[in-house]
Ligand binder design. Sequence first.
Ligand SMILES: CC(C)(COP(=O)(O)OP(=O)(O)OC[C@H]1O[C@@H](n2cnc3c(N)ncnc32)[C@H](O)[C@@H]1OP(=O)(O)O)[C@@H](O)C(=O)NCCC(=O)NCCS
Length: 198
Amino acid sequence: MEKLKLIKPNLNYEKQVLEMMQEFYKDESTPYGSSWLKRFLEDYPWRLNYLKKSESEDTITDKRYVPGIQYVLVRELDNTVIWFINTRLKLNEWLLQHWWHVWYSIRPKERKKHYATWQLFAILDIYEDLWVDKVLVTCDKVNVWSARTIQNCGWMLENEIIDPEDWALLQRYWIDTKEWIEKWKIFFSDCGFNIEIE
Ligand SMILES: CC(C)(COP(=O)(O)OP(=O)(O)OC[C@H]1O[C@@H](n2cnc3c(N)ncnc32)[C@H](O)[C@@H]1OP(=O)(O)O)[C@@H](O)C(=O)NCCC(=O)NCCS
């Protein structure tokens, strides 16, 4: 069984995170869910400190934003970082209408191996612990792979809206964390991954 760890980025993983970021650039792929970690390329320790402060309403730098946690997924076998995922811990009215709780991207070389499917499932554990009953994810309608990943994990389409930033058609999907726990027991037992959340 393949072992994966979901961790907050830290100084020990600086090299791996920067390598992953370079891979996104080379592939001309947007590192969604990386909290604009492109700034990691400039000042990784500074960015880590910024992310730490972003985890709590008391310390968040920009009070217009809600707190959130940045994670990266590490494959234990070769200690490689394979995806970025950003989790907002709550939604405000604007986010509820236009954006999402969860936002993510798998590094280009590691796509189509079902990492996103299982990880999107696993991430709900964090929301369950926070007593968040329903979790929102959105995706551009033309991003059929992301939509497929979301649907495969049991998220339900609520509606489609126009993204106010770039006028793309966004699909809004919800999942109930309690229902997810039941699905988890059935599906996760034979997924081939063992995912730990630190
Ligand atoms: C979307 C994304 C996260 C999918 O990650 P992934 O690990 O490759 O996805 P999975 O391997 O779990 O595959 C999920 C489903 O999509 C399908 N899929 C994924 N990539 C595909 C591709 N390039 N071509 C065809 N099908 C694809 C898989 O076959 C699978 O469907 P199935 O189980 O019915 O066969 C990844 O492509 C990515 O990071 N894209 C760029 C960033 C992005 O779009 N983020 C989402 C923002 S909403």
